[in-house]
Design a protein around this ligand. Structure first.
Ligand SMILES: Cc1cc2nc3c(=O)[nH]c(=O)nc-3n(C[C@H](O)[C@H](O)[C@H](O)COP(=O)(O)OP(=O)(O)OC[C@H]3O[C@@H](n4cnc5c(N)ncnc54)[C@H](O)[C@@H]3O)c2cc1C
Ligand SMILES: NC(=O)c1ccc[n+]([C@@H]2O[C@H](COP(=O)([O-])OP(=O)(O)OC[C@H]3O[C@@H](n4cnc5c(N)ncnc54)[C@H](O)[C@@H]3O)[C@@H](O)[C@H]2O)c1
Length: 443
């Protein structure tokens, strides 16, 4: 009766991680994509960004080992962006190839719903029993005079010449990561903050450690900047902020968040409710229209708009559609990292939540430079906080260190599966390693 069992709108992690297995299981699956297969994370987000960050890690390591090794690591921006392009270029074909091999059809073009079972692409209707909206988010743009003079994160990662003076508006993930990279590559960076705290979702004492280090490295933070306009001047772009103040930049990055791609895809025609935060869904990721589901960044849900969230949701839909579950979605603890240098990573119960319930939780702090493993490469900055419940199960962790993402990833199973002491001792980690260092703290 329909062309497809399941038709996905968008090909990011919110769809492809589940669409592939679903097609391989024998269901007729179609995926509509207007841009690059794989979506934001591989092409314009995680994978692209971490490639630009790789020499920053090397630079910091060389800096820590100065005296033991000689010489400074300088970043060649043009070569770095070319390297990033080389690394990223094969990903859409790799992801698309995997989907096709599994039996899915890829339909290239902008999709728009015309009713609850139909998506039109370039005037051609495609019908499906079930539809999954996985259209992600796009950059929020500040509504100020001259915002057309500002750029987004995608444009930043394609710059072939590094601007000498870079202004960044906002102090969330993208701002802090790109400020770190641009500063390490030699740009003068000014961060115009909305409030007086950066990275408000992370443990603030750790954020302060990182911003203090970024300041020492030459990055300027302007708290509660209230940027009111951008104007083009002979000397560059003028950023008007505060009480009549101005700063001149060669390039301005608007990093003030991302908004859902829900307003331009025909949801009204299909009767799907949405709002400025995204598409609301029930506990089975179903919209108000029973055969239409949504997944990934486009959701109006409190979970972090991150790749692990999108992957978990798309895999849950695979299990739901293939009859392996009928249960409501149960999110595990979803970890996250801001890839500054050092990184800040976290999972589960936060120190703030633990402090508010002292009869429920125990907080254990470990000063990273006291750990012999971190002394091998002379790491002198870093901290780690572990949170245990009253039966000594690990329920949360946050760390600021050069390898914080790996420290938190390695502890993740203990948090998600509530390992007890016996189970933890069953894990014999490779020694020496970041994992062994992280587990040493919890046993
Ligand atoms: C600069 C940056 C860095 C990031 N770094 C990280 C990180 O390090 N770690 C992390 O966990 N997360 C990171 N993220 C977030 C991560 O990229 C997203 O959470 C993830 O991509 C969400 O997947 P998604 O499938 O929901 O959306 P997307 O990956 O955005 O996919 C949606 C797709 O839908 C397509 N689409 C939209 N509308 C239509 C339409 N009408 N017709 C056809 N196609 C359409 C889009 O072109 C897009 O390809 C980063 C994001 C950015 C912007
Ligand atoms: N490492 C990662 O996992 C990673 C990296 C990059 C992006 N992301 C994802 O992408 C999303 C988007 O990143 P982002 O950094 O743009 O968003 P964000 O929500 O992390 O930060 C937005 C920043 O803009 C500020 N802001 C908001 N409105 C403003 C206004 N009107 N004027 C001035 N400042 C304003 C906020 O205070 C905040 O500092 C993240 O929330 C995250 O979900 C994740």
């Amino acid at each position: 009766m329909y062309d497809y069992d399941v038709l996905y709108l968008g090909s990011g992690h919110g769809s492809f991680d589940g669409a592939g297995p679903l097609a391989a299981s024998g269901q007729k699956v179609g995926i509509i994509e207007s841009d690059m297969i794989g979506g934001t994370c591989p092409n314009y987000g995680c994978n692209a960004k971490i490639t630009l960050d790789a020499p920053v890690v090397l630079q910091r390591l060389a800096e820590r080992m100065r005296g033991v090794t000689a010489g400074q690591v300088m970043i060649d921006w043009g070569a770095l962006v070319a390297h990033k392009n080389d690394v990223i270029a094969p990903l859409p074909a790799m992801i698309g190839g995997g989907l096709k091999k599994a039996g899915a059809d890829i339909i290239q073009g902008h999709g728009r719903l015309t009713d609850a079972h139909t998506i039109e692409v370039d005037g051609k209707p495609y019908t499906a029993e079930k539809i999954v909206i996985a259209t992600g988010r796009r950059p929020h743009r500040l509504a100020i005079p001259g915002d057309e003079l500002a750029h987004d994160s995608r444009a930043f990662m394609d710059l072939t010449t590094l601007p000498q003076r870079l202004a960044i508006i906002g102090s969330g993930y993208i701002s802090m990561e790109f400020a770190t990279i641009a500063n390490a590559a030699g740009a003068e960076v000014t961060v115009f903050m909305h409030h007086d705290e950066a990275l408000r979702g992370f443990h603030q004492p750790f954020v302060k450690l990182v911003t203090a280090d970024m300041t020492k490295r030459g990055i300027t933070f302007v708290p509660s900047a209230n940027v009111s306009a951008l104007t083009q001047e002979a000397a560059g772009v003028a950023v008007h902020y505060g009480d009549g103040k101005t700063a001149i930049a060669d390039w301005v990055l608007d990093a003030t968040g991302r908004i859902p791609n829900a307003d331009n895809i025909g949801l009204e025609a299909a009767g799907v409710d949405f709002n400025s935060r995204g598409i609301p869904v029930d506990d089975h990721l179903r919209t108000n229209v029973p055969n239409i589901y949504a997944s990934g960044d486009v959701l109006d849900k409190p979970q972090g708009k991150l790749t692990p969230t999108a992957t978990f949701e798309s895999f849950y839909l695979f299990k739901l559609f293939s009859g392996q579950t009928s249960d409501a979605i149960q999110y595990p603890a979803i970890p996250s990292t801001v890839y500054t240098s050092p990184r800040i990573a976290k999972v589960g119960i936060t120190p703030e939540e633990a402090k508010a319930a002292p009869d429920q939780y125990t907080i254990v702090r470990n000063h990273i430079p006291d750990d012999w493993y971190h002394q091998t490469d002379q790491e002198t900055m870093g901290d780690s906080i572990l949170i245990f419940d009253q039966t000594h199960h690990l329920v949360g962790a946050t760390e600021v260190s050069a390898q914080a993402e790996d420290a938190i990833n390695t502890l993740l199973p203990a948090v998600v599966f509530h390992y007890d002491q016996d189970q933890m001792w069953q894990l014999a980690h490779i020694f020496p390693s970041e994992s062994a260092a992280a587990w040493h703290k919890i046993r």
